[in-house]
Design a protein around this ligand. Structure first.
Ligand code: S3P
Length: 169
């Protein structure tokens, strides 16, 4: 089995993913980290040297690679579902869970986040709010192709674990 966690930057894919992987005894893969190791460069570096288009091509290649792994929980980057036919590939090869967190919570989390994210760097809280609202509206139709949609208030690692434990029995 393969589970893809999808959703906007800051929605908790990695936190939920780690908890889920340890509960199900699966391997946790953070797609961004996997990509950085494979290409020996950080995401900000790839964006700076090859632009977003170069990054998206690499992201797709890495997604194809992990789509063949067994018993993995994959935390995807927030843009993954919105490029190429990535969403179809994930739906075909695994279960997609969209972690649907509201804009205010995303802004709060991203203001305090330590990870460097090229798309939002140097934005003030006000600019960040406008940016997230706009991009989330564009991305939502892709995210909503997921088999499971969990709303902000319901998302806990325990709930996601329960969902898949019941699926396994
Ligand atoms: C991106 C999200 C990031 C990372 C890159 C682009 C996006 O991952 O892949 O900075 O387009 O939303 P996280 O969602 O893990 O922050």
């Amino acid at each position: 089995m393969r589970i893809f966690l999808i959703g906007f930057m800051g929605c908790g894919k990695s936190t939920i993913g780690r908890a889920l992987a340890s509960a199900l005894n699966f391997t946790f893969i953070d797609l961004d980290t996997f990509l950085e190791k494979r290409y020996f460069r950080s995401i900000p570096q790839i964006f700076a040297e090859e632009g977003e288009a170069g990054f998206r091509l690499k992201e797709r290649k890495i997604l194809e690679e992990v789509s063949a792994f067994d018993d993995v929980i994959v935390a995807t980057g927030g843009g993954v579902p919105c490029f190429f036919d990535n969403m179809d590939l994930m739906n075909k090869t695994g279960f997609c869970v969209f972690l649907d967190v509201d804009t205010d919570s995303l802004v709060n989390r991203l203001i305090h986040a330590k990870t460097e994210r090229p798309l939002i760097k140097e934005k003030s809280p006000e600019e960040l709010h406008v940016f997230i609202e706009g991009l989330l509206a564009k991305r939502r139709p892709f995210y909503e192709k997921a088999e499971y949609i969990l709303k902000g208030s319901e998302i806990t690692p325990e709930l996601v674990v329960e969902l898949f434990e019941s699926k396994n029995t």
